[in-house]
Design a protein around this ligand. Structure first.
Ligand SMILES: Nc1ncnc2c1ncn2[C@@H]1O[C@H](COP(=O)(O)OP(=O)(O)O)[C@@H](O)[C@H]1O
Ligand SMILES: Cc1ncc(COP(=O)(O)O)c(N)n1
Length: 267
């Protein structure tokens, strides 16, 4: 299940999650938190869904269909986060229960806010302690910890600081590291570090990369993989999806998990 915002451009949010879920062999259920007005050039606005309607979507799915793993993306406001936290508690989602991946989406790749500023505290205070894994990018790391990640040492320091906020595991994504030929992500479980590296794909079309990574991780967790295995699977998935990204509109096109359909030898 994904609990996230809709992207009218079809490249990120709920739409990206469902593409990856389908192509990794899981059925995706959704709870929509907000409807964004968005294209390849940016987000010009969004309407929040009423918190009780967000919570009701979660209960409707968990009380009938059931979930094997859950991902959160754009959560929009503190009131929505609080409603989700209560719905997750009632359904046994998070930490020792059903695996929960929290992608702490704060802004779009163009810098447009997707979370009202006052909601950052609710995200860290209510979602992080419940999370099996949190997957911040470097801008979100800066917002949450004040740490500017520039190299492996600062990436480790940030992972430790984020782990103190309560999640079981932290993945500090390195996609925004400037001047690197690689895109190294760092996983920390409170004891051990594990690096997931990939050669940087030279493309402007990286819309939805973070959602795709977190969705593939969630799908692998739903298939019963451990967190390190799920992240390893997802890292390869997002790298291949960046290689298959295509232009769409005048701005940044979406990463594409559709490579999975055109590689019969991989099936
Ligand atoms: N140009 C790139 N080449 C290879 N991997 C990338 C590239 N850009 C991002 N990634 C990877 O995609 C995933 C999403 O990362 P990032 O861009 O940091 O997050 P977000 O999309 O949330 O801003 C990470 O695994 C990151 O390492
Ligand atoms: C609904 C929604 N969720 C998430 C993102 C982040 O994706 P990106 O960082 O690629 O803009 C987005 N733009 N829109």
């Amino acid at each position: 299940m994904t609990v996230a915002g809709s992207d009218s451009g079809g490249g990120a949010g709920i739409q990206a999650d469902l593409r990856t879920f389908a192509l990794t062999g899981v059925h995706g259920c959704v709870a929509v938190t907000a409807v964004t007005v968005q294209n390849s050039l940016g987000v010009t606005g969004f309407a929040e869904i009423a918190p009780e309607v967000v919570a009701a979507q979660i209960s409707a799915v968990t009380s009938d269909i059931g979930v094997e793993a859950v991902k959160t993306g754009m959560l929009a406001s503190a009131a929505i986060i609080e409603a989700i936290d209560d719905a997750f508690a009632a359904a046994g989602i998070g930490r020792a229960g059903i695996p929960l991946v929290v992608d702490p989406v704060a802004a779009s790749m163009h810098g447009d806010a997707l979370l009202v500023e006052s909601a950052l505290e609710a995200l860290a205070g209510r979602m992080f302690p419940r999370a099996t894994l949190v997957t911040p990018n470097l801008d979100e790391v800066r917002l949450l910890t004040g740490i500017d990640v520039v190299d492996a040492a600062t990436q480790e320091r940030a992972a430790r600081a984020l782990h103190r906020l309560g999640p079981a595991c932290v993945l500090v994504k390195g996609g925004h590291l400037r001047g690197h030929q690689h895109s190294p992500d760092l996983l920390f479980d409170g004891t051990d570090f594990r690096r997931y590296d990939a050669v940087r794909v030279d493309t402007p079309h990286d819309h939805g990369a973070g959602d795709t990574l977190a969705a593939a991780t969630t799908a692998a967790l739903a298939h019963g993989r451990s967190v390190p295995e799920a992240v390893g699977f997802a890292k390869e998935w997002v790298t291949r999806s960046l290689t298959a990204a295509y232009p769409l509109g005048a701005g940044h096109g979406p990463v594409s998990p559709l490579w999975r359909l055109s590689a019969p030898e991989d099936r």
